[in-house]
Design a binder for this molecule. Structure first.
Ligand code: NAD
Length: 427
């Protein structure tokens, strides 16, 4: 069994930076060690240091055709530096270069209106762009096991391009963004991955402890206590706040938030974030009629002037009203401030290892437990405990009632597998 999990990154932004630096940071971790910031040290014999970054695609002129180890430090990336001397040589295979992929719908035109320090600057010359044949050839040459989709929200065409390439090159996929989240699309893609004997984790990352996880936990706890949640509003904002950063100038939201400042791009993000809250009502059979269960994806904050710097800090405010014993009222407000991109890296270190272990056990298609644990819109929403139990079983290399029907030998059909959301929920 090869101990290396070879990874391709599509979109070398803040999340890729934190992930790659994180794999470098946890290099010395051994099985049985407890590590702050990771839910799992050992997944089926794989440790974080078994992840190796061997391929990458982007479109930004400051990143393409540079080594991946350098490109993660290029503007407009603004996530915290985890590795102060920028030496990520254990995590990134020597010679790995960021290739230029097709732009398609990855970069919204309005991103060009923001100063270049905080926004995308796609490379104009398209003559070097990889087409699908080049991408598939490169994935095969680099022996890529898993592709990470880290494209900006709203990149449907570009995501399809890399999904197709994954299927052709025989790579598992971790779909970190909210695309293909309707029941119909999820089933169609799942069948294609099953037919190729591949796994998929998706969709739309749920960070280790971010707004979604917090909303899920509070919603679960109240519902399980018999309390009726009549309002759960989660609002998110990207803004420098109280994290001790005393840089003198103002800050603008990171590119993930800027990219979502136009409504049409964030429709699926909105649905996906609300799925986390509503899913907990749904799996318990609790009514959502006349309840306000809302998650607003972003309030983008801009600094004044032409030379702002980006902030990777995200602030979430939750406002809830609930009714308990004999109608007695609860008002709950919560505020969570996180460093957004590092917060997302741990679940991806796990998701990648789940793909590898599941495929070694002969499981194909969407990994339901890991998807529910690490993503906002999995094929089935589970309670936090159920999803954790499923992940722990897979980490022990055990097959469960969820994974058994997905064994290759059982010839799974996506249409017959559990898809908790029907089409009208998400289409
Ligand atoms: N906690 C989190 O940060 C979190 C949680 C859930 C989901 N996500 C999602 O993960 C994705 C990545 O987040 P991020 O913060 O790294 O975003 P980012 O804006 O920092 O990075 C996106 C990268 O994609 C590149 N890109 C744009 N179009 C491209 C194309 N056609 N081909 C290749 N590359 C292209 C950009 O140049 C940029 O480097 C986003 O969709 C985000 O919403 C993030």
């Amino acid at each position: 069994m090869s101990k290396e999990i070879r990874i391709a990154v599509v979109g070398v932004g803040n999340c890729a930076k934190s992930l790659i630096e994180g794999v470098q940071y946890y290099q010395d971790l051994r099985s049985g060690d407890e590590a702050s910031g990771l839910a799992f040290t050992d997944i089926g014999g794989y440790l974080p240091r078994n992840l190796k970054f061997v391929a990458a695609w982007d479109v930004d002129a400051r990143k393409v055709w540079r080594s991946l180890s350098e490109a993660i430090y290029a503007l407009p990336n603004c996530a915290m530096d985890i590795i102060p001397d920028h030496d990520v040589s254990s995590a990134v295979e020597f010679g790995t270069q960021v290739r230029q992929g097709p732009r398609m719908d990855g970069v919204a035109d309005y991103m060009l209106d923001f100063p270049e320090t905080v926004s995308f600057r796609p490379k104009e010359d398209t003559s070097n762009e990889d087409n699908i044949r080049d991408v598939v050839r490169h994935l095969k040459e680099r022996k890529v096991d898993v592709i990470l989709n880290y494209l900006p929200v709203g990149s449907r065409e570009a995501s399809k391009f890399y999904f197709d390439a994954a299927l052709e090159a025989g790579c598992h996929m971790v779909n970190c963004i909210p695309v293909f989240i309707s029941g119909t699309e999820a089933k169609e893609w799942e069948q294609k991955f099953i037919d190729k004997g591949l796994t998929i984790v998706g969709s739309d990352m749920k960070s280790a402890f971010g707004a979604s996880r917090l909303s899920q936990i509070i919603q679960e706890a109240m519902l399980d206590a018999g309390i009726d949640v009549t309002q759960h509003i989660q609002l998110n904002m990207a803004a420098m706040s109280s994290q001790g950063d005393n840089r003198p100038c103002g800050h603008t939201a990171n590119t993930d938030f800027l990219n979502m400042s136009e409504q049409h791009r964030l429709k699926e993000k909105h649905i996906s974030k609300e799925n986390v809250i509503r899913g907990q009502n749904k799996i318990r059979g609790k009514s959502m009629d006349n309840r306000t269960l809302f998650a607003g994806p972003s309030l983008t904050v801009h600094a004044i002037g032409n030379n702002p710097s980006g902030t990777d800090t995200k602030v979430c405010n939750i406002d809830m009203v609930a009714h308990g014993f004999a109608g007695a009222r609860y008002f709950l407000t919560a505020r969570l401030e996180v460093q957004d991109s590092p917060n997302s890296a741990g679940v991806v270190i796990d998701a990648v290892r789940f793909c590898k272990v599941a495929s070694e056990l002969g499981v194909v298609g969407f990994l339901r437990g890991p998807s529910a644990y690490t993503q906002k819109t999995p094929p089935v929403q589970l309670s936090l405990q159920q999803s954790l139990d499923e992940c722990q079983a897979l980490a022990r290399r055990e097959i469960t009632e969820y994974t058994r029907p997905q064994l290759k030998e059982n010839k799974p059909q996506a249409a017959e597998l559990d898809h908790g959301f029907n089409d009208s929920d998400q289409d």
